[in-house]
Design a protein around this ligand. Structure first.
Ligand SMILES: O=C(O)CCC(=O)C(=O)O
Length: 267
């Protein structure tokens, strides 16, 4: 499969309408991909906390409907990154969606671990509380978002529900680039998944984003890694690598049924 990671900058002096048009151009130039992936909250800008309420949209709002047309036009699976979703009850969430080539939403995920360190996300957004998978021609796909990378329990849960490919939109700061590299590699190896992570780049509200979008296979091979500029990073990946590695090195099968029994006194 041919993957296009579309690394986007969201400068504060650009209107959201202009950004949507610019990103549409980038997505069009990735039309030969089987899967196109965008970063976390690229339209509003992750660090533009004061704009979240104004830019919030319903699940079928400007981000999903605009990109749904582009999925049809390009004939690719298109991961919209994430957007500030206004739920029917008024709550706001950081929601990601995957569109199939007909433009239909086939997977959606609201970020479970909202981020509170030097971030207002945890104050402003409601945490999601569900994981799910969807079957695609390139395997069983699940999503998580950015900070979720730090929580192995969540990633194990994705494996338990059948994930083979995990798509991760992010707005990970440059200050912790080495953590980004470590976690994307470790989660791919630990969970034996094909991990496709698209990060934001540029500077937002004085915070420099790391870029370095990555694709890592279950053996830990980095199939692609972007630099820090905005644009498309291409990657060829063979989704069969997941069942192959899981069969040849069946570490997931060696998990104990439960680990809670290990706590406390020696038995
Ligand atoms: O965990 C980190 O260091 C970055 C997390 C983050 O920026 C996010 O979740 O948007």
């Amino acid at each position: 499969m041919r993957i296009a990671l579309v690394q986007v900058a969201s400068p504060g002096d650009e209107s959201v309408a202009d950004r949507r048009e610019r990103v549409a151009g980038l997505v069009r130039s990735a039309a030969s991909a089987d899967l196109i992936v965008l970063p976390e909250l690229w339209a509003a800008g992750y660090f533009a906390f004061d704009d979240y309420d104004r830019e919030a949209e319903p699940a079928d709002g400007a981000t999903v409907s605009g990109l749904s047309e582009l999925a049809r036009e390009t004939g690719a699976y298109l991961h919209v990154g994430s957007f500030v979703e206004r739920r029917p009850d008024g709550a706001l969430r950081n929601t990601a969606a995957l569109l199939d080539p007909s433009g239909s939403v086939v997977h959606s995920y609201s970020k479970i671990h909202v981020f509170g360190y030097e971030s207002k996300e945890a104050q402003l957004l409601q945490a999601g509380n569900r994981v799910a998978t969807t079957d695609t021609p390139f395997g069983t796909v699940a999503g998580t978002t950015c900070y979720d990378l730090r929580f192995p329990e969540l990633w194990r849960c994705l494996v338990d529900v059948g994930a083979q490919v995990v798509i991760v939109p992010a707005a990970w700061p440059a200050a912790r680039l080495e953590h980004w590299r470590l976690f994307t590699s470790v989660r791919a190896v630990e969970e034996q998944v094909l991990l496709i992570a698209c990060n934001a780049t540029g500077t937002q509200a004085g915070v420099e984003l790391a870029g370095h979008s990555r694709v890592v296979d279950p053996w830990g091979t980095v199939l692609a890694e972007a630099g820090t500029t905005e644009g498309i990073t291409w990657c060829e990946a063979d989704p069969a690598v997941v069942p192959t590695v899981r069969k040849q090195f069946p570490v997931l099968a060696d998990r104990l049924p439960t680990y809670t029994d290990l706590q406390g006194a020696d038995a």
